[in-house]
Design a protein around this ligand. Structure first.
Ligand SMILES: NC(=O)c1ccc[n+]([C@@H]2O[C@H](COP(=O)([O-])OP(=O)(O)OC[C@H]3O[C@@H](n4cnc5c(N)ncnc54)[C@H](OP(=O)(O)O)[C@@H]3O)[C@@H](O)[C@H]2O)c1
Length: 380
């Protein structure tokens, strides 16, 4: 039977690569829903090629000439939720960016869908609630992030009580060897020049600050249920080892492969099976050597802040994630310097104190307040 999938963020880097996986396996996948924010031309082309039952544009622009059997959902978050909960879909690929995927992911889980999650900020902000719902409803949240996919693959058939620690690899980003003063005043073009991965703008900037690794530490904490002090990060510039698990007896399992997101995307969609791919094999002699180094927390303070937010728990990770989202947007719009990204986030974390209880509405309120506050600070 075909996997019937809806894709939130189908016009982005992960969304378009998910559709490439579908194209490679027409006998295994059927597209039920597609959605984008405002890229109506690409969404229209995708609708005509994949003939979904439902599509949405966050900006609410109407698309004329839809094929028979396809209808447009409403605008905004409601439209995303309609796509995420369509009764024909069994799996929802969450490939939106930032907080946008939070409400639709919860809606999809509650509608009984399997989640294939790329939008890591969703777990960073609402990890406890989402993982709790996933357990209660017995629905999996399968990671698309290559690091978490690697960890999931290393854990197949293992006793989870025998994990000593997880080691997440990081390419180190474009500023791996830059001195602190030069990083401080890097421009968007420098920061968008990632050495190994081609990705959307927000995650590319997060890779340059190492906030991406910080978000991934929090994501791993929720997905695999380990405390933050048993989740380490190691710099591995070649991006061939995607992450590792060290077990109680000292054995270390690593998952390797070319840096190609279609591999973890396909694994999340085919899990627990593996479907074939025709990419060239991994040529280790051609690579020559694989290297590893400790991250420099002085030059990349975002990683240390994310670890601390994870340790403090409650609403801190949501503040971290939303403050980062707003700071990255301000940097890309050239309203602040690269070094201001970490300073803005630090100011938000320092001003925050945890509420007595954290429900979904409180997280949305934290999101609203943090956005306003960072925008005001960035203007100042
Ligand atoms: N790219 C990668 O290789 C990679 C690897 C691992 C994890 N991730 C994670 O995957 C997520 C997506 O990353 P990406 O690089 O694919 O991002 P991207 O290229 O910027 O794509 C984002 C997608 O989400 C849509 N979108 C954005 N905001 C939206 C909103 N408010 N409502 C509805 N749709 C919205 C965009 O639509 P428009 O095109 O209309 O703007 C686009 O389709 C991120 O959380 C990232 O950290 C990405």
């Amino acid at each position: 039977m075909k996997h019937r999938i809806s894709i939130l963020g189908s016009t982005g880097s992960i969304g378009t690569q998910t559709l490439e996986v579908v194209r490679d396996h027409p006998q295994d996948f059927e597209v039920v829903g597609l959605s984008a924010r405002h890229n109506k031309d690409l969404l229209a082309a995708q609708i005509h090629e994949f003939k979904p039952r439902i599509a949405s544009l966050e900006c609410g622009v109407a698309l004329p000439g839809l094929p028979n059997g396809c209808r447009m959902a409403g605008a905004g978050s409601e439209g995303l939720c309609e796509v995420a909960t369509h009764p024909q879909a069994d799996t929802v690929v969450v490939a939106t960016v930032g907080a946008a995927g939070l409400i639709p992911t919860l809606a999809a889980l509650r509608a009984g869908k399997r989640i294939a999650l790329a939008n890591k900020e969703v777990l960073v902000m609402g990890g406890e609630i989402l993982m709790g719902e996933a357990r209660r409803l017995n629905r999996p949240i399968l990671p698309i992030d290559s690091e978490h996919s690697a960890i999931l693959q290393c854990l197949q058939g293992e006793n989870l009580r025998r994990i000593r620690r997880i080691v997440i690899t990081a390419s180190g980003g474009p500023f791996r060897e830059w001195p602190r003063e030069r990083i401080e005043s890097a421009c968007p073009a420098d920061a968008l020049n990632h050495p190994t991965w081609s990705m959307g703008k927000k995650i590319t900037i997060d890779s340059a600050t190492l906030m991406n690794k910080g978000l991934e530490v929090i994501e791993a904490h929720h997905l695999f249920g380990l405390p933050v002090d048993r989740i380490d990060v190691v710099i591995h510039p070649q991006s061939i080892v995607h992450s590792m698990v060290e077990f109680a007896d000292g054995a270390v399992m690593a998952q390797m492969g070319l840096p190609d997101m279609k591999i973890p995307i396909q694994f999340a969609l085919s899990f627990p099976d593996r479907f074939p791919r025709r990419d060239p094999p991994l040529d280790l002699p051609a690579l020559g050597s694989l290297t590893f180094a400790a991250p420099d927390l002085e030059r990349f303070p975002c990683l240390a802040m994310a670890r601390e937010a994870c340790r403090l728990g409650g609403g801190y990770p949501a503040v971290l994630s939303v403050a980062n989202e707003e700071a990255v947007a301000a940097f890309l719009a050239e309203r602040i310097r690269f070094g201001d990204i970490s300073r803005l986030i630090e100011a938000e974390l320092e001003a925050f104190s945890n509420p007595s209880a954290l429900d979904f509405e409180t997280i949305l309120e934290i999101e609203r307040r943090t956005r306003e506050s960072v925008r005001a600070r960035a203007r100042g």
